[in-house]
Design a protein. Structure first.
Ligand SMILES: O=C(O)CCC(=O)C(=O)O
Length: 290
């Protein structure tokens, strides 16, 4: 259980570091399976739906930078998503009903691990409310030297900064006034976890040390946080719908009541077909007699 002080710290600062969440056996299994994927990446020469490679990757020296969507790749990652302690902590912060909108395994292999520039996850996937967070499972000891996660405490309560460059989303803060001052590292032993709020500014330095740093990340959302972007070709779908004027990427959010028309009422049918099952009809269908 998170203590009331930990919960308050998360609310005020936007993050937590918690040691000893995964057992030694659980970590050994995660590392063993991950090593197998690094081995498999030898056969891959360019980034694909599963593997993201460091620029200096070669079959002789496989340098896997990210395993994409690990829960699709192996049962051991699926189990970690539902780890009882993780779900207990997440429900204390988000409420009992939780969804997951993504997962990834970032590997910063010794001497080569790429940095991740400062960003806010919210810039990638805005929702109807910001009760979203990411849990990072430290698969190795995570230190300043090997590129541990860095955060800017309290920044989740501030503005969402621009992540666009020349009008194109670039996945990192581009605000010219942004300075990464007061950043703090979340150092962890293997088996510990970090938790960070979706609006918290964070990033991490390259791994210039001889110790690998692997961070398995799971994103969780309160079940009543709905994504604002459609999952397939969001900009193309939206932009194609414009009949006059320019598309906008800053939606106007109003505190309007919303109830989604789900479960799916078979929208391929017309309103006549959808209403056919209505029990409490108000207009009776009369038969005109001559
Ligand atoms: O792996 C890291 O250090 C940072 C990961 C991160 O923030 C991301 O992938 O969005």
């Amino acid at each position: 259980m998170l203590t009331p002080d930990q919960i308050q710290f998360y609310r005020d600062q936007g993050y937590l570091g918690i040691e000893n969440v995964f057992s030694v056996d659980e970590m050994d299994e995660l590392r063993r399976v991950t090593d197998e994927f690094v081995e498999k990446s030898r056969a891959v020469t360019r980034n694909d739906a599963v593997f993201d490679l460091e620029p200096s990757h070669t079959p002789g020296k496989p340098l896997l930078r990210r395993l994409k969507n690990p829960i699709k790749q192996h049962e051991v990652y699926r189990r970690a998503l539902r780890h009882p302690l993780v779900l207990q902590f997440v429900s204390q912060l988000l409420g009992p009903a939780i969804t997951s909108n993504g997962n990834k395994l970032n590997l910063k292999l010794a001497n080569v691990g790429s940095p991740v520039e400062w960003h806010q996850d919210w810039a990638f996937y805005p929702h109807t409310n910001d009760d979203l967070l990411a849990v990072g499972i430290a698969m190795d000891e995570s230190t300043l030297e090997n590129g541990c996660l860095m955060v800017m405490p309290g920044s989740h309560l501030g503005p969402v900064l621009d992540h666009h460059q020349d009008g194109v989303f670039i996945g990192a803060v581009t605000d010219p006034d942004f300075k990464a001052t007061n950043a703090v590292p979340i150092t962890l032993k293997a088996g510990g976890i970090s938790i960070h709020h979706t609006r918290l500014l964070h990033g991490s330095a390259p791994n210039l040390s001889t110790n690998t740093r692997r961070l398995l990340l799971y994103q969780y959302c309160a079940a009543d946080a709905w994504p604002l972007l459609p999952s397939v070709d969001p900009w193309g779908t939206y932009a194609a719908s414009v009949v006059q004027g320019e598309p906008v990427n800053v939606p106007r959010l109003a505190p309007v009541p919303v109830r989604l028309p789900l479960p799916d009422p078979k929208f391929e049918g017309s309103i006549y077909e959808i209403q056919r099952g209505l029990k409490n009809v108000k207009f009776s269908v009369g038969v005109k007699t001559m």
